[in-house]
Design a protein around this ligand. Sequence first.
Ligand code: COA
Length: 540
Amino acid sequence: MRPIASRIDPRSAAFATNREAYEALRATLRERQQWAIDGGKGRARSIERHLARGKIMVRDRIDAVIDDGTPFLELSTLAATGQYGDEAPGAGIVTGIGLVHGAPYMFIANDATVKGGSLLPASIKKHVRAQEIAEQNGLGTIYLVDSGGAFLPLQDEIFPDKDHFGGSFYRQARMSAMGLPQLSVVLGGCTAGGAYVPALSDEVIMVEGIGRIYLGGPPIVKAALGEIVDPDDLGGAVLHTRTSGVSDYLAKNEREAYGKLREICLTTNQRGIEERTGWLDWTPPERPAYDASEIDGIISADDRIPFDATEIIARLVDGSKFSAFKPEWGESIVCGFVRIWGHLVGVIANQGIIFSESALKATHFIELCEQRRVPLLFLQNTSGYMVGRDSEAGGIAKNGAKMVAAVANATVPKYTVLIGGSYGAGNYGMCGRGFNPRFLFAWPNSRIATMSAETAQTVLVDIRLAGMKGAETTEEEVAELRAEVAEQYERHSDPYYATSRLWDDGLVDPVDTRDALGLCLALAARQDAPAPGPGLVYRM
Ligand code: COA
């Protein structure tokens, strides 16, 4: 691998302009992340009540469980941003990966300060996505349960469908059978369907005075049977640990429960993060030769001005070293081998539009990585596949399809980061959400849509005018239509709109991206090697 020689001048005026613009994006990201932690309508009162009951805030709970001084990779922090009248920061649930005695676990923890920890549609999506990541990466799951169960006003959007509440129990039962520990600590309500989270767990700890499990709470029992019953007598920690056996351990308080949970984790026989099986090539890591903070000055403040993917790669990979594949052919895609935190990875990054040659080059490279069992990292920044008469005559549809088919069938671990535009089928060929990358992160400057707002204005306005079949339209009306389309496309391609709906696993600051990817690769390294995929038929 050769060191990349950067051509960026950090003292240039363009660099300073870009950096200033990126600082503003970063400030917005931080502000919204803080909002997820303690913001939202009426949240201050809920937090006050939560603390007054002697309960610990959700992120402090996770901190109390994970190994001291180790990081927590939080996922989809900004889920539900701008939805549900801004009353559901983070969708009322915190998910992410942390270490317990050196072994990685997925945490799924309800935030009772958001709608009593009840599950809105975005919360269920976040819960199920965390389980999907856990299964794919071979992680045990720790459920810190404090939830009002299904958010009743929207029960039709969370209850009956695949990957709704039922799907989460299906996944939980199956992961347990796969030998991935399912452990619950009950710190609040587990009502109705919610009762199955602990009930389906391998081991359950309940905290006295706050933990409650029942299929029907006191109001339902009163309505159905006329019985008036105290919540603790109906489903408290003492009852369930000493009488029903629904819970296995009784803890006097939260701290004691987390100590017990860590003790249980000593018996789960899970591989640690540092244990390598040998299938994933690894050498001692090196820091990049160029600082990741310079990415701020490289990404153009004006998204019509392209930036060089190689410069980004130089700031993410070990020693800024890169072994480029076919560097002189299909130059609108950069492919090559790198190391991230010591792990060998094949990286595919866009340099703008994808032409036939670039699609074929990427396909060839994906096949190489698949054959050599090397994970793939996609850095998306493309306006999509090339259109136009020459491109069609050159077979862009079949060449693009080869790339899409190769991505879909690659069985090596795949990771995607949206570092810029993610438009059209470029999103698919570059391993978008539909192609099951193990993790998909987005930078706060990214954009995702079928096409850019600028292109959409022309296309949609032309379609609408054609539909009017020659009816008179004034210039003002056309301008109004264009502005309307542009506004809608801008809003829908905003990264906060995307992350709110869990089209990604979270917005990541460019400076944190290398560490996040390093952890993701380390998770794959501790698993057994994935089996190679089947042969493909390519349309020649
Ligand atoms: N659906 C919709 N909203 C719910 C909810 C649910 N299942 N559970 C709680 N909430 C809301 C409350 O309406 C309240 O909203 P507000 O802040 O806008 O006023 C907020 O969450 C806090 O609830 P509250 O009851 O005031 O808090 P609490 O800490 O005293 O009690 C629970 C928390 C979870 C024990 C209690 O709310 C509860 O029992 N909820 C219903 C449980 C249930 O029957 N679920 C059935 C699921 S199928």
